[in-house]
Design a protein around this ligand. Structure first.
Ligand code: TZP
Length: 209
């Protein structure tokens, strides 16, 4: 399988605006120290030059730590930096087009909210799925309805590729995700907004199991 499910165990999605005073590179190091296994750089407000600079900086920090980098939405930036691949939402560039740009070896993840989207993404060649959102979250409010662990379970059961849950996941509910079929948990605020990102990551790893 192209996307080792173990890499998705604790999947951090970045939001620099939430950081509590830590410089970005230090934040990434602390998160990895606590057990983050994969980092998605998500920069909704950055222009291309800034996003590219941050992606290169992230790659430089993560490469020696052997933690893969995934770029959110920007297929051009994913193609231009040393990274594992790209994560696409339902309204981003279609997977087939991203595949033509990135080639067969890069990982492409797709956000899905229901079984039909999940099956379509798998058939189109997705390497993993992000089930979004599992719970309602203040971090992203323009989402489809929350599916809960049961919805996550229905999606995971319908596909063969690994599935991660995103949206409102924290140390208090992470234990529900693996029994539902998730290969990993994907979080923004539970690590980015934590006073101690390493401790927060450690707590999430312990809770997810
Ligand atoms: N996509 C679906 S929900 C979400 C994204 C990027 C935000 C999840 O943030 P949090 O803080 O982990 O709930």
């Amino acid at each position: 399988m192209k996307c080792d499910p173990a890499l998705l165990t604790l999947y951090l999605v970045t939001d620099r605006g939430m950081l509590r005073g830590l410089e970005f590179a230090d934040f990434l190091r602390r998160a990895v120290e606590g057990g983050v296994t994969c980092v998605q750089l998500r920069e909704k407000s950055a222009g291309g030059a800034e996003f590219y600079r941050l992606a290169m900086e992230s790659a430089r920090v993560l490469e020696p730590l052997r933690v893969p980098l995934i770029v959110n939405a920007r297929v051009d930036i994913a193609a231009a930096v040393p990274c594992l691949g790209v994560h696409l939402g339902q309204h981003d560039l279609p997977l087939e087009a991203a595949r033509r740009i990135l080639g067969p070896d890069r990982v492409i993840g797709i956000s899905v909210n229901n079984v039909a989207e999940a099956i379509a993404a798998e058939q189109a060649g997705a390497d993993y799925l992000g089930v979004s959102p599992v719970y309602r979250t203040g971090t992203k409010t323009d989402t489809d309805p929350a599916v809960g662990p049961a919805g996550l379970g229905r999606i995971a059961a319908a596909v063969r590729i690994p599935v991660v849950g995103i949206g409102g996941i924290n140390a208090a509910n992470a234990a529900l995700m693996r029994p539902a079929g998730a290969a990993g948990i994907c979080v923004v605020s539970a690590i980015c907004a934590a006073a101690d990102p390493a401790a927060a990551a450690r707590a999430l790893r312990a809770a997810f199991g």
